[in-house]
Ligand binder design. Structure first.
Ligand code: GLU
Length: 368
């Protein structure tokens, strides 16, 4: 079932599948996608869904006679359509769905990034299906990611996904646009994303969604660079999902450029500059080195330097040896107040508790 080793995947579904007539949502193509999501979850694979369609769905409610649509009209359509899109998905599942609306700014801001990461992680731990979209009703042009292909790649990197599956209304990448060029050849596998690959993608040839093949290649480039396999499949064709479930290739596979875990480790250890350090007691050192556990406030004996929530810090043993680098959920000022305490005490002392862990195990890279 699925490619072995996939534990977490991000599935992106485009507007052309959600609102194929560009007026209101339809379950026509969503049933097979929902079944696929269900199967993945049954096999223990965690799924995050990035769903477009709010603007296309909202077109049924806000009448506007001509194109291009002014921004206020699009934003109003998104506000109406988003609830319809969520309701349509929710009806297809027996489990709960959660809505996450993001802007580019949310992903660029270190603190908000950490909050989104915590929320998604918690939803997945509780078997809720997160459904992510851009917050189209409030995002201004400068703050937008602009298309859900790139948004989905950012989400895949954020949640440490093993694979990003982009469901489109086309089989995958062709050497030219197959809708206008009969000689276009299908490309099943891309090892390296070069300018030739971008040239094959050409411009957008969609009328319903925002993205085209180019934004899909951009998304694949972002994700594969971080060790995430990326697929573009035809979401209108149920065979795509059956093939994937059998562990066979479907659509176009963009092969990841490196192992995801080593990509994250490299980023943490070498790209993120540490802003301080904390000292761990012997129990926390053991748990860190031998159990791959998260770090709790209880195990912290000293805080060195000044850092903010979301900064990278060194985790050291009593002798000052830098054992690991991690992203801290608390600022140094907050940590000084809660070090050595049980997690239940955090709210009492600080008045809030963003997370029980001081450094989550997913955000730790051992320095070895
Ligand atoms: N966020 C947009 C929507 O929900 C879609 C963007 C896209 O199609 O890439 O309508």
């Amino acid at each position: 079932m699925l490619k072995s080793g996939w534990q977490r995947i991000v599935i992106k579904v485009g507007s052309a599948l959600i609102a194929p007539q560009a007026k209101g949502c339809s379950t026509r193509y969503l049933l097979a996608i929902a079944r696929f999501i269900n199967e993945c979850r049954q096999y223990g694979v965690q799924v995050v869904l990035v769903s477009s369609g709010s603007v296309a769905a909202g077109k049924a409610a806000i009448a506007f006679p001509h194109h291009p649509l002014p921004i206020n009209i699009k934003q109003a359509m998104a506000a109406v359509g988003q609830t319809q899109m969520m309701a349509t998905w929710s009806h297809l599942f027996d489990f709960r769905c959660a809505q996450i609306l993001l802007t580019h700014d949310d992903l660029a801001d270190r603190r908000r990034y950490l909050n989104i990461d915590n929320t998604l992680r918690t939803l997945l731990e509780h078997q809720v299906l997160p459904i992510v979209n851009e917050n189209d009703s409030v995002a201004t042009a400068e703050l937008r990611v602009g298309d859900n292909d790139n948004l989905a790649a950012m989400v895949a990197i954020l949640v440490d996904a093993d694979a990003l599956i982009i469901c489109s209304d086309i089989n995958g990448l062709y050497s030219a646009n197959p809708r206008v060029d009969a000689a276009a050849q299908f490309i099943p596998r891309v090892k390296q994303i070069t300018s030739d690959i971008y040239a094959m993608a050409g411009g957008s040839h969609h009328t319903i969604g925002t993205g085209g093949m180019v934004t899909k290649i951009q998304a694949a480039e972002k994700a594969t660079r971080q060790g995430i396999d990326t697929l573009i499949i035809n979401g209108q064709n149920t065979d795509s999902f059956e093939t994937l479930l059998r562990g066979e290739p479907a659509g176009t596979l963009f092969v990841r450029q490196q192992d995801r875990r080593s990509a994250k480790k490299h980023w943490l250890l070498h790209s993120l500059k540490s802003q301080g350090s904390i000292t761990l007691d012997a129990g926390a050192v053991q748990a860190l080195l031998h159990k791959g556990a998260s770090l709790l406030a209880k195990g912290v004996t000293a805080v060195n330097g000044q850092f903010d929530k979301g900064d990278a810090i060194w985790l050291c043993d009593g002798a000052g040896k830098q054992l690991a680098k991690g992203i801290c959920q608390y600022s140094s000022t907050e940590l000084l107040l809660i070090q050595g305490l049980h997690s239940q005490k955090i709210s009492e002392i600080l008045g809030f508790c963003p997370s029980e862990e001081v450094v989550h195990r997913d955000d730790i890279a051992l320095n070895n």
